[in-house]
Ligand binder design. Structure first.
Ligand code: OSB
Ligand code: MG
Length: 369
């Protein structure tokens, strides 16, 4: 894969609705679109997913920029690569910084697929032509407000509703939502808001017939989660705790979860994400694709990944219009009756809306080779 030019487009985009989790509220998103050109007219695109503050993982927009400029771009350019799957190993001399790694790895995968004239889905080995879509709802100001948001999303066809919970916003909203929607596919995500001291409290969540509870305990824990999984019936899904294939293998071996939320950025790229997917298929562990409130390029990568056969549970990658007044891809991501049609065009299968991208760009850096 020849690389002649790399452009880092730094964007600032305002979210349509502030997104509240157990650790804070997100209103503005800053991100990098990484554009890689082969000098033969092909452009590959990747998106960075770290937030401006390190509350989800330790990475930020700033550390992403530092890693890309000072380490990852020089490493990528050190010697040629024949296939994007070689990048994971090339980058392994850099500890962690998975979101920075994934942002540029994704751009190379897109470029690779475009050069071959195939879709990113096909390049990854995807087999699903349509994927099921769920929605992640932030913590709402009131239970009434939450109920109306759930109603709206179920009416729109979303196949699964995930509610963000935290101590003080859990039993009551879950009781009300379950009462009003007795058969809805429902789950909860705590983003590490509890500890084993809350064991009795967490056992009460079994009453709500949830598909799973996501990351109830420590962001870096797999031991306490294994204990908790023994004590509750609701399947545990790990998000923050799984940052690599090795993390997944160990969590599965310990019995820390029955489900894994795979995020491309969190695990360091598409190659590692696929490896976890394949391993989970072998071990009978359910996987689904999480979201990081992405703009269109990141959304497109999630869709391509989700086309792999073991993504059997609706993911968090919803329609562009739920997040943005204007997205940076054409067409934007559309959800029809709770499904997204996996694009069949070259690479990510969506065109960049250059005008929109320019509008949101706050800085740009170009590297020519
Ligand atoms: O824990 O999955 C999470 C958003 C930001 C940070 C972490 C998470 C989330 C979501 C929303 O749940 C995912 C999305 O809609 O893109
Ligand atoms: Mg989560």
């Amino acid at each position: 894969v020849p690389i002649q030019k790399i452009t880092l487009h730094k964007l600032r985009m305002q979210m349509k609705n502030p997104f509240q989790t157990s650790f804070g509220t997100l209103q503005n998103k800053e991100l990098f679109i990484i554009e890689i050109e082969d000098g033969e007219g092909n452009h590959g695109y990747g998106e960075s997913v770290a937030f401006t503050e390190p509350w989800y993982t330790e990475e930020t927009v700033w550390t992403t920029e530092h890693m890309l400029i000072d380490f990852l771009i020089p490493l990528l350019m050190e010697k040629p690569i024949n296939h994007p799957r070689e990048i994971t190993e090339r980058f392994s001399v850099i500890r962690r910084n998975n979101m920075a790694k994934a942002s540029i790895e994704g751009a190379v995968w897109d470029l690779y697929a475009k050069r071959k004239g195939i879709s990113l889905s096909e390049a990854l080995g995807g087999s699903q032509q349509t994927i099921d879509v769920g929605i992640s709802l932030g913590i709402a100001p009131t239970t009434e407000e939450l109920l109306s948001r759930v109603q709206e999303k179920l009416d729109a066809g979303y196949k699964r509703v995930k509610l963000k919970i935290k101590p003080g916003f859990d039993i009551e909203p879950l009781t009300e939502v379950r009462k009003k929607f007795p058969t809805a596919q429902l789950m909860a995500d705590a983003n590490s808001a509890y500890t084993l001291d809350d064991l009795t409290h967490l056992k009460r969540l079994d009453a709500f017939n949830l598909m799973m509870i996501e990351q109830p305990l420590g962001h870096d824990d797999i031991v306490d989660h294994a204990f908790l999984q023994q004590a509750i019936h609701t399947p545990i899904c790990l998000d923050e705790s799984i940052n690599s294939f090795e993390d997944a293998r160990k969590a599965i071996e310990l019995g820390s979860c029955k489900v894994i939320n795979i995020k491309i950025g969190r695990v360091g790229g598409l190659t590692e994400a696929k490896r976890i997917h394949d391993y989970c298929a072998e071990k009978g562990i359910t996987v689904w694709c999480g979201g990081m409130l992405e703009a269109g390029v990141g959304r497109a990568h999630n869709i391509a990944l989700t086309s792999l056969p073991n993504f059997t549970v609706p993911g968090d990658t919803a329609a562009s219009a739920l997040y943005w007044d204007q997205d940076i891809i054409k067409p934007e991501v559309m959800v029809d009756n709770g499904e997204i049609t996996v694009p069949t065009g070259r690479g990510i299968g969506y065109d960049i809306d250059h005008e929109a991208m320019e509008k949101f760009t706050i800085a740009k850096k170009v590297f020519e080779f």
